[in-house]
Ligand binder design. Sequence first.
Ligand SMILES: [Zn+2]
Length: 108
Amino acid sequence: MAGSWLLKKDDIVMVMKGRERGKKGKVLAFYPDQDSITVEKLNLYKRHMKPSGQNKGGIVEKEGKIHYSNVLLVCDKCGKGVRVKSKKLEDGSRVRVCRKCGDAIDKI
Ligand SMILES: [Zn+2]
């Protein structure tokens, strides 16, 4: 989980700004020091790899970092990126709740 955005690895998020706007993808990694994440197959950039050892080199595509504030967690019911809040259940566990439809998205 990362900061107040309540995101975690493997979450499906929607990009709300920039050239990947409206696209969905799975959270791959967090970069807390830069308030950024990488999302599978989104914000790709091409990188030239130098040949080394077994690696023949060439161009590979890598996921570029996206700022937290540009993505929202996807609510299955709403079918798009939504703001979420954290809610404590009777058993003490916490769930993320969609601010739009009020559905629990999953346990944190
Ligand atoms: Zn919802």
